[in-house]
Design a binder for this molecule. Sequence first.
Ligand SMILES: [Zn+2]
Length: 169
Amino acid sequence: MDDSKILMLKLITRLVILLAYYIMGAYATTDILRLLKGSTLSVNAPDCYCPICGHKIALIHQVPIVAYFFNKKACPYCKSYIPVSEIFLESFLFGGSTVICLLFQFGWLAYLINLLLYEGTKITLLLKKGCREEDFRRNLFRSVGNNVVLFGMIAFLFLLRMIVDMYKG
Ligand SMILES: [Zn+2]
């Protein structure tokens, strides 16, 4: 392979890692927020619902961060304003992970810090806002299980990045 192809591959693996954190940030709004006080939806329920009118939200309106501004910060069905906490959590996790990836050059330290950032955010919110009243233990168990799978997949992407970086052209 020539230099430009290797450079391209290196760029792509890094972009895929950032994309994974973008999706992870969006996932946090179902994973973390559903563990908090007042939630009744299961962490494993695949659909998203408007927190105000309860309308099921179509996939097109779920594109993280972008959909929030596209829909003028409101639910596309009832036009109620979506709580800022949802977009804040997505942006905070995606932004934080991106900065850490860039700072630590997509190394394993970045992976570890991002894992701690995600789980630390979850624990902080649980301590601050309290646990959901209904089925907390079962949902926490599901949440931890999902996180193991998702962070396992991200670890695979970091491994891929490491392998691509070993090519010297
Ligand atoms: Zn609504």
